[in-house]
Design a protein. Structure first.
Length: 420
């Protein structure tokens, strides 16, 4: 082979390892009542013409090493892997198990579980971890203990793989409930802004808490009721000098909804000189009609646009981040798939592909009216016009058939891992 051919092959191999896509399957490991799977693809495999047939580079069976670590550290097995994040350097992944309350930390390069912690019991002794969000400065992980209606904090040292839950930093939220205004303070999702001091936490019954996570114990800095933020918020992400927060449906008690807000971070004269008054919070979009369910949020390249995914409507709504204006609706049904049910999403480092999790026919989280999808797997969206629009380019199915050949796979958490 000519020398230039070898160089081209080496360059291609380097590009193939530029990033990975990690996709969480919430279903149990085959033959078990715990575990689950994480499918991992090399990014380059998902950008070619044969993307729909791309095989994962690895599939982590969470019923094996991960379950063994959880059992050794906590005395119980992990159930229902749900939301996934990476720390600031993408050296480690953080996976929350919503049905058992486990938070498991993975070494990103080796894909081995290196830490396992479990939340405290809530009502009826049930332990939950709906989301576990790393601080941008890598100082810790904020855990949304849904059933316990409290926030928990895990100190992190990724270099030594030391992870310790801080019981002196617990923040109970149930005591702040107010009938009609804050009826259900179960924390759903959270994002920690860039300074790593304040977390924005959505509440199941409506409302939002801004929490000082550096305080011991953590403190509520500002609290907004259901007249300001609608129920069942999930998407939370800082884009520029704004924190974007959405609210949707997905529960039997709140079937449908699509609301998007953004909260100023620095426009009041610095980072939080006072809690932003409701009048400073921009309500960008609202559609209370049937078959709407706002869920995942992401920013396109250069943070020019914000995409908000709708599980029930099978679309993504696109917003101009400079003005906050709604500029487009991107239909995601197609490719012989009428009900893809896009849930969460992330974007490639180049910004030319968005990857979204597609729910299965037997959803394991969220009410089935909004969470039931046709084919579980990975949706690949081609981004065009600088992020203003795009189209579903390919779908990569995943599968987990039980002993009766029933499809149990149900994709949910998804993240792009950069490889430096």
């Amino acid at each position: 082979m000519p020398v230039f051919g070898l160089l081209a092959l080496a360059a291609g191999a380097s590009r193939a390892r530029d990033y990975e896509v990690w996709l969480v399957d919430q279903s149990n490991s085959f033959g078990l009542n715990y575990g689950g799977y994480v499918h991992i693809w090399d990014g380059a495999r998902l950008e070619g013409k044969a993307a729909s047939k791309a095989e994962p580079a690895d599939i982590l069976d969470l019923g094996a090493e991960t379950a063994a670590l959880c059992l050794a550290n906590t005395g119980s097995n992990p159930v229902r892997p749900h939301m996934l994040f990476f720390n600031s350097t993408h050296s480690h992944g953080i996976l929350a198990f919503v049905a058992s309350g486990h938070v498991v930390v993975f070494d990103g390069a080796t894909r081995e579980p290196v830490g396992a912690i479990r939340t405290l019991p809530g009502a009826g002794g049930v332990q939950q971890a709906h989301a576990a969000v790393p601080a941008p400065d890598d100082s810790g992980i904020l855990v949304c203990n849904q059933n316990g209606k409290q926030l928990e904090w895990i100190d992190t040292d990724y270099s030594s793989n030391t992870y310790v839950r801080r019981d002196d930093k617990l923040l109970p939220l149930e005591s702040l409930e107010v009938l009609g205004l804050l009826p259900d303070n179960a924390p759903i999702c959270a994002a920690i802004e860039a300074s790593s001091r304040f977390a924005f936490v959505t509440l199941r019954g409506g409302g939002l808490a801004i929490v000082d996570v550096q305080a011991t114990p953590m403190e509520v800095f500002a609290l907004y009721d259901a007249t300001v933020f609608a129920p069942v918020g999930c998407g939370t992400q800082q884009i520029g000098d704004w924190m974007y927060v959405d609210a949707g449906g997905g529960l039997a008690s709140n079937l449908y909804g699509f609301d998007l807000y953004r909260i100023p971070l620095a426009s009041l004269g610095g980072p939080f000189p006072i809690p932003p008054a409701p009048g400073h919070i921009q309500w960008l979009y609202s559609d209370p009609s049937d078959h709407r369910d706002a869920h995942g949020i992401l920013a396109t390249k250069h943070e020019r646009y914000a995409w908000v995914f709708d599980r029930a409507g099978n679309v993504a709504e696109v917003f101009d981040t400079e003005t906050g204006a709604h500029v487009n609706t991107v239909p995601l049904a197609g490719l012989s798939l009428d009900d893809p049910t896009p849930d969460l999403a992330d974007i490639s480092p180049s910004g030319n592909r968005i990857f979204t999790s597609l729910r299965g026919p037997n959803p394991l989280s969220g009410d089935p009216h909004a969470s039931t999808g046709a084919i579980p797997g990975l949706g690949i969206i081609q981004v065009t016009q600088g992020g203003r629009t795009g189209f579903m380019k390919a779908i990569v199915p995943i599968s987990n058939l039980d002993s009766s050949s029933v499809q149990r796979a149900d994709a949910h958490g998804i993240r792009v891992r950069r490889i430096e």
